[in-house]
Ligand binder design. Structure first.
Ligand SMILES: C[S@@+](CC[C@H](N)C(=O)[O-])C[C@H]1O[C@@H](n2cnc3c(N)ncnc32)[C@H](O)[C@@H]1O
Length: 255
């Protein structure tokens, strides 16, 4: 069965549980900024809800209604619905008619923008929704030539997960195919659920695309869109960004 990746949310929260320390990092930024936060590509609220639990007002925008439905239900369960607004919108075109002291695009969501035109459109919208001294925080993975070469047209296990409330197991594979001219990875993700006897009870295939971004390119994009970088880290404990870093974490402000 093939379905649109983010419109199929059944296992998203089990499989996509973030990067070490990312919630603490963005929470600190939010508390320092002292105002409302715009969480772009907020998904099921993985970042928005912990921020709201800290008393921060959050507006989450996402292009998948299904993800937003789940986010709203989770906010309700966490009793923070009054702090949160989840809105349907596209990073490239959304209009909220207000500004924020902090806009965040966590968990590599910026990579879902598949062309320079789309990346610039999103950064333009971010700039428009930022206060004059507001900050943009985002993170993307660092592609390496070695991985781009080795992973091409290969399948790898992304992880094996237990499903809460059942004895079933979920094995997730990614098959990756690159178009290096467009800098696009097509990832065909397969979820295979097995019961306690090892019998496959469900198999779902969801393809999606990302555009990988080299660190210097991310700096150029931000500069081109009218930002200057004020913080650059290689991990969420604010370790320096260096040759071994696998994540690029940037904080930028309007120039
Ligand atoms: C990796 S998930 C991240 C979700 C959430 N930020 C988190 O940390 O768990 C990527 C999200 O980006 C959303 N998305 C993809 N393209 C988008 C776009 N152009 N505008 C808004 N959201 C988009 C997807 O629907 C999905 O919820």
């Amino acid at each position: 069965m093939g379905v649109a990746h983010y419109d199929w949310t059944e296992y998203y929260d089990i499989v996509s549980n973030g990067l070490e320390g990312d919630i603490a990092f963005y929470t600190e930024l939010a508390l320092q900024s002292g105002g409302a936060v715009l969480d772009l590509a907020c998904g099921t609220g993985r970042m928005s809800i912990p921020l709201a639990l800290k008393g921060v007002e959050v507006v989450g925008v996402d292009s998948s209604e299904k993800m937003l439905e789940k986010a709203r239900a989770k906010a309700e369960m966490a009793c923070v619905s009054d702090k949160l607004q989840f809105m349907h919108g596209d990073m490239r075109t959304f209009e909220l008619n207000r500004t924020f002291p902090l806009v965040i695009i966590p968990y590599r969501s910026f990579l879902h923008l598949l062309s320079v035109k789309d990346q610039m459109a999103a950064l333009r919208q971010v700039r428009k929704h930022l206060t004059d001294d507001g900050l943009l925080g985002l993170n993307v993975f660092v592609p390496t030539i070695k991985h781009l070469y080795e992973q091409d047209e290969k399948s790898s296990t992304r992880g094996i997960y237990t499903i809460p409330g059942s004895d079933d197991r979920l094995v997730v594979w990614d098959y990756t195919r690159y178009d290096h001219f467009q800098q696009i990875a097509e990832i065909i993700r397969q979820y295979e659920r097995t019961d306690r006897d090892g019998v496959v009870v469900q198999r779902v295939v969801t393809p999606f695309h990302i555009r990988y971004i080299f660190p210097a390119e991310m700096h150029h994009l931000l500069r081109l869109a009218g930002f200057s970088v004020v913080g650059r880290y290689g991990d969420f404990a604010k370790g320096a960004f260096g040759p071994e870093s696998s994540e690029l974490i940037l904080v930028a402000k309007k120039r």
